[in-house]
Ligand binder design. Sequence first.
Ligand code: KMH
Ligand code: ZN
Length: 270
Amino acid sequence: MTEPVIITAALVGAEVSKAQNPNLPVTVEEIIADAVRVWQAGAAMVHLHVRDEAGQPSQDRELFARVIAGIRQETDLIIQVSTGGAVGMSAAERLQPLDCQPDLATLSCGSVNFGDEIFANPWPLIREFARVMQEKGIKPELEIFDAGMLDTARRLLREGLLTPPLHVDFVLGVPGGLAGTVRNLVYLVESLPLGSTWSVAGVGRSQLPLAMAALAMGGHVRVGLEDNIYYRKGELADNRRLVERVVRLAGELERPVATPAEARKILGLT
Ligand code: KMH
Ligand code: ZN
């Protein structure tokens, strides 16, 4: 049978505001409600950020704990927390959600220009984050924003800070990172360590073509307002519709959509 596709919904992120898209979930209740909607639509995993009362990005462990508890009460979604947080946050701040027993956590494998700013992930920070995840038994999702970051992932493997098989997410189309083209995706997938699982998150207008490419290539797909606020040019999206579209496309390509239980098996989660 064709490999089922794991759909991950990146619900809110740290960069988008409600002013840009009123459908963005920012309160604890809104994030939980959107998680339920994308789960009903076919997502198996959520990539989580949280916001504070002012709607600003936060890595506060209490906020994460409330969101995760609410999602787990209503769904069997796989919970993946961000350790990227927002540009400029300290390492200690970013690590907080690892205290909330997520299933996975992101591990960014290098620094990258991020619009006008720098998303800083120096080697000692990467190594420390990997060590904490290993200690807590949390599977990393390796965030790859540029091609050299795969070499950093290999270095972590050599140093025993990652346990194979790896799970990788190619975040392509960040202004400052590797462009969101099918050619780049093919190159990255061909460069992966054998046995790795992978998904792609295309930023902005690259979200749809890269999702379609991943479906055709046997990979997994991340969509959501964190990466892209439009459904099509000039029309704002919401998280459920973005997931529903991937489900329809998967159907056309005869890729079954993984339930959270199937996704857990594919990712080797216990
Ligand atoms: N908000 C970006 C600076 C992650 O979640 O791990 C980092 C980010 C990656 O979103
Ligand atoms: Zn994120």
